[in-house]
Design a binder for this molecule. Structure first.
Ligand code: DGT
Ligand code: CA
Ligand code: CA
Ligand code: ZN
Length: 579
């Protein structure tokens, strides 16, 4: 049995709230369940631990009654109360409530009006456009319900880009030199470098699709062939990942790559633009609408060009203003991995990393960096081997002793200073002054109120020595949503205090995310893209952080660790603006 996570408990409590709502129960009770669900969803500490230590009722919003239900659920994986509530409402309603976003009132509506009693029936009805005949359900909502209901039936989990991209690249690498393969690229959300990936789409340009099909389905990494047609095939890899491949005629490759790279909403907007210009765009090419004459499609560049647009990197194609920008020739020149001159967040054996300072420095040099900051954890983080005040001084002496050996590469002595639950930093002024760079993070008290968390971050940002706020939401993709925080206010303060905010490149963190990274840029906040490496192998995570930055429209000038060493140092030596 897989472990029950905070998210499962939160969903269970939400389920109770939904059923109580259907029964017309007290709005206070309903609100109490929802509040408890929200708290637990945004907590970092494992709910099972809290239960084991008998501390459930210390969670704000959890009283004896909710605590008993959580305990039963954690011990047995079931909740009698939930089952009996389910029986008190119309058959099938409880199942329908598993569809996120449907909500109690709409569940009741589709159940009453259309007799829908299961998620499968809901999918069918949405496909046949029967839902949007109902009051209060428009087409957009119907689409959303369909999507979410499909997710429930397929129980699909999205893959981290950090898992999907290497798998796609392995297949591309294995097929690239095959004589029948003219071009091969990952498409879809992988090409756009989204933080999570629904399925892995790969495109091949070839005149000999049969040979490509054969080569693909007999790859040594193919554990099972799920489908094999004349131009399309799917395999399941040894790592249990599904990979779909599609063979395109070379003269149509550009239009197919454009189409299958998406996003869907970018494509729709592009097609509308084509129509306004008397053109027709499809995966087969760009055509004159009246004469059907084919105007382009061999390359992706020519499609954008004929439409009057600058070519744009796939990371921008989310219909968030990139088409307008391309029309007006004001696309950003996105930051690239080669612009990154150093990593400002590295751990070593001194705290919870697994390699020495020297090994981390050598790995940074190997990547072509000009500098790197060693930022081990601070003293109160006992579990992560946080450094005592004395150890900070010892580490400083070690690093000073290494500078000559690695010159002109520069090792910065830094720290990932814990923001304590009261908002104070974890070292006193005297110790903090020893560091070349002070970065700050929240590592505990995730269950605190938004006001508390905001207050902690705000006092850390106001500290005159703080230069970077690390992983600013604390989320772990697919596992925990992070703490409650008003990012808008945090970013505004960071801008005022001239403090950078991190894009953490760990594939399951990636916070700030793309949306907030873009907001940070708009507000004038510098981004610091860091690997947060705990071993030499992690320095390569940088690419995922750069991808988020690119999806957030960041340019080289927006990134702290794209600054040359002398400019970075003068920034670190200057005093911050007054609060
Ligand atoms: P994913 O797999 O959920 O992470 O996201 P994508 O973007 O890879 O989506 P997927 O695999 O469903 O489809 C691949 C691409 O095909 C998508 O990015 C754009 C294109 N596409 C799919 N459906 C449509 C559609 O209905 N209209 C248009 N214009 N393009 C579509
Ligand atoms: Ca896809
Ligand atoms: Ca697909
Ligand atoms: Zn760290």
């Amino acid at each position: 049995m897989t472990a029950i996570r905070n998210k499962d408990v939160a969903e269970m409590l939400e389920g109770i709230a939904d059923l109580l709502e259907l029964k017309g129960d007290s709005i206070y009770r309903i609100a109490a369940y929802r509040e408890a669900a929200r708290r637990i969803d945004s907590m970092t500490e494992d709910i099972a631990n809290i239960d084991a230590e008998g501390r459930l009722e210390e969670i704000p919003g959890v009283g004896p009654s909710i605590s008993a239900k959580i305990d039963e659920y954690l011990r047995t994986g079931h909740l009698g109360y939930l089952d009996s509530l389910g029986k008190q409402v119309a058959p099938g309603l409880a199942e329908l409530l598993r569809v996120p976003g449907l909500g109690a009132r709409r569940a009741e509506l589709v159940n009453k009006e259309l007799g829908i009693k299961s998620v499968a029936e809901l999918v069918e009805a949405a496909r046949e456009h029967r839902l949007d005949k109902l009051p209060g359900i428009r087409e957009k909502m119907e689409e959303k319900i369909l999507r979410e209901a499909l997710r429930v039936t397929q129980r699909t989990k999205r893959l981290l880009l950090g898992v999907a991209l290497p798998a796609a690249e392995e297949v591309v690498g294995l097929l690239r030199d095959h004589p029948a393969v003219k071009r091969i690229d990952p498409a879809g959300s992988i090409r756009r470098m989204k933080e999570t990936i629904g399925d892995i789409d790969i495109l091949v340009a070839s005149d000999r699709p049969k040979d490509v099909m054969e080569a693909f389905t007999t790859l040594p990494i193919a554990r099972e062939v799920l489908a094999k047609g004349t131009t399309r095939a799917s395999i399941l890899t040894e790592a249990n990942l599904q990979i779909d491949i599609r063979v395109i005629k070379p003269e149509e490759y550009g239009s197919a790559l454009q189409y299958f790279s998406g996003s869907k909403s970018h494509n729709i907007a592009l097609r509308e633009l084509a129509i306004r210009r008397g053109l027709k765009l499809s995966e087969y090419g760009l055509f004159d609408d009246r004469s059907d004459k084919r105007l382009g499609g061999r390359t992706e560049e020519e499609i954008y060009e004929i439409l009057g647009l600058d070519w744009m990197p796939p990371e921008l194609r989310e219909n968030r203003g990139e088409i307008e920008a391309a029309l007006e020739h004001r696309l950003p020149k996105l930051v690239e991995e080669k612009d990154i001159l150093g990593d400002l967040h590295l751990h070593t054996k001194w705290s919870d990393g697994s390699d020495t300072v020297e090994a981390m420095v050598e790995a940074a040099i190997k990547r072509g960096y000009k500098y790197a900051a060693i930022t081990d954890h601070s003293r109160s983080l006992g579990v992560a081997g946080g450094l005592s005040d004395e150890e900070v001084r010892e580490q400083r002496r070690l690093i000073e002793g290494l500078q000559d050996k690695y010159a002109p590469f520069r090792i910065l002595h830094g720290s990932e200073v814990n923001i304590r639950t009261d908002g104070n930093l974890d070292y006193d002024e005297e110790t903090l002054r020893l560091f070349d760079i002070v970065t700050v993070s929240i590592h505990g008290g995730f269950g605190q109120t938004r006001e508390k968390i905001d207050g902690r971050i705000s006092s850390a940002l106001r500290h005159p020595l703080t230069r970077v706020l690390n992983h600013p939401t604390g989320r772990l993709i697919g596992k925990r949503t992070g703490y409650a925080v008003d990012l808008e206010e945090v970013l505004k303060l960071a801008a005022r205090m001239d403090t950078a905010v991190e894009i953490n490149a760990q594939p399951d963190r990636l916070d700030l995310d793309d949306i907030w990274a873009r907001r940070a840029k708009q507000l004038g906040v510098m981004g610091a893209i860091d690997s947060d490496a705990h071993s030499t192998g992690h320095l390569g995570f940088m690419r995922y952080g750069v991808a988020v930055a690119r999806r957030g429209w960041l340019e080289k000038k927006d990134v702290l660790n794209a600054l040359p060493l002398n400019r970075l140092l003068s920034r670190l030596h200057s005093s911050k603006k007054a609060a």
